[in-house]
Design a protein around this ligand. Structure first.
Ligand code: EPZ
Length: 430
């Protein structure tokens, strides 16, 4: 059933919220459970539609997947099929990270090539080039990619692309290399904390990995991996989103269970914008409204995360002056700009650069979510818009945020989740 978020702008957000586990760590880690026939138990897994969908795909591959209690998943992949059909892959691009796990475990895979999504084309050429360098036979036909790793041997693999490193491409090559004979040196590897968390899990499973978190990851193949137990790292993008929720309203929000080291570039930009930021082990506090315009340029970790670009754009709508947002990862990731303009925002998009002239009053309006992070940005802007805002297509939000409106309400926001038909007919666009 379609749902909408109904927000009345105005309240100042104050209080403490707890971070959930990282979606972008949990997805490749769920796939990695296929690398062993023994039981893998995961804790701190966020309750998101993308996670539930990945569990469905693992079941399709032949794994037993159980959720004995909220946040805990138990996976046992005794026997597996190497085929992953299009109707599963097309619904979630991140399912591409199954490729490395299936190639690792079964030495072959046959997977539909994921399509694009609203934030831009989502190619996997670097994934396939990396597997070919590893010695896999890779063939693409009729929208399917066939990978045969019979002849794969450890070697130096450069994963660098035009936009820098690839997060899931690195995850795929690491997973494939754990059970590939020889030593694989992955150059231009992604340094994201989510990749490090995957490597932590794989090491617990008996993989021999070093260099995770740097640009060069070295994997020495082993004969088999064993089961293990692991707790997922906190979701740094969700943490950043709640910090913006506090700052945009001029409030004071602390996120517990957050890892400040995972958000250094983002926190530096918050401070540059005049927001108060305090950190301690496991917690981050943001207080006071932004007062200064800033220039944001997204980059691979440890640079400013593209997944927080839309949220920061909403924040800067509050600040007099010109703020710019340059997208070096997904040049077209500005779907939220058009919707924010409907609320009165002054944003001009020229190619990969969005220029915001902030400080203008925002007014509530019916708007449309387009992708996961854009939907969060619309809700953040609605918190400080005059009047009522309806955000439609809330399923985008549920892909990456656990009970977002509930947690914002706990911080004092006037936000409710309603069935789509609660929205006045003349405002609906769906
Ligand atoms: C991961 O996607 C995240 N998803 C994305 O988060 C995130 O935006 C992205 O990394 C960048 O940080 C998950 O981890 C599940 P990439 P991924 O491969 O791995 C180009 C969210 O909101 N590229 O690092 O698919 C690509 O087009 C999602 O949670 C190639 O050219 O991203 C992009 O411009 C959205 N060829 C850049 O590299 C390839 O083979 C970075 O992409 C692969 C990627």
């Amino acid at each position: 059933m379609l749902e909408v978020a109904y927000i009345e702008g105005g309240p100042v957000l104050r209080g403490v919220v707890r971070a959930a586990g990282s979606k972008n760590a949990a997805l490749p880690i769920l796939a990695a459970a296929l690398l062993t026939e023994e039981v893998v138990t995961l804790h701190g897994v966020p309750d998101l539609s993308d996670i539930r969908f990945m569990a469905e795909i693992l079941r399709h591959q032949g794994a037993e997947v159980a959720q004995p209690r909220p946040g805990t998943w138990v996976i046992r992949a005794a026997t597996l099929t190497h085929r992953t059909p299009y109707d599963l892959v097309r619904k979630m691009r991140a399912s591409v990270c199954l490729l490395g796990a299936l190639v690792g475990r079964l030495r072959r895979a046959e997977m539909a090539i994921p399509g694009g999504c609203v934030i831009g084309p989502r190619p996997i050429d670097l994934h396939l080039r990396g597997l070919e360098t590893l010695g896999c036979a890779v063939a693409v036909e009729a929208g399917l990619v066939h990978v045969d790793a019979t002849a794969a041997r450890g070697i130096e693999v450069d994963m660098g692309g035009p936009m820098g490193s690839t997060v899931l491409g690195t995850a795929n090559l690491v997973m494939a290399a754990t059970l590939t004979p020889g030593v694989t040196r992955i150059l231009a590897a992604a340094r994201e904390p989510e990749v490090v968390d995957l490597c932590t899990l794989l090491t617990k499973m008996g993989a021999r990995i070093s260099g995770q978190g740097t640009g060069t990851i070295v994997v020495e193949g082993v004969a088999a991996l064993r089961g293990c137990e692991h707790t997922i790292i906190p979701d740094r993008i969700e943490v950043g989103t709640y910090l913006v929720a506090g700052a945009i309203t001029g409030g004071d929000v602390t996120v517990e269970g957050a890892e400040p080291a995972h958000l250094e570039a983002f926190l530096a930009k918050l401070r540059e914008a005049g927001v108060g930021v305090e950190t301690a082990p496991g917690r981050i506090r943001a207080f006071g409204p932004p007062t200064r315009p800033v220039d944001v340029v997204t980059a691979p970790y440890p640079g400013f995360p593209t997944d927080l670009q839309a949220q920061f754009m909403a924040l800067q709508l509050r600040v007099d002056g010109r703020s710019t947002f340059t997208e070096k990862i997904y040049p077209a990731r500005f779907m939220h700009a058009a919707e924010l303009q409907r609320m009165g925002a002054d944003i001009a998009v020229e190619g990969a650069v969005a220029t915001v002239h902030g400080g203008k009053p925002l007014s509530g309006a019916p708007v449309m979510a387009s992708d996961l992070r854009a939907s969060a940005a619309l809700i953040l802007a609605a918190l400080v818009a005059k009047g009522e805002t309806w955000v439609q297509r809330l399923y985008h939000l549920d892909r990456g945020y656990e009970r977002f409106e509930e947690r914002l309400s706990q911080l004092g926001a006037a936000v409710r989740r309603l069935p789509a038909n609660a929205m006045p007919k003349d405002l609906r666009e769906d």
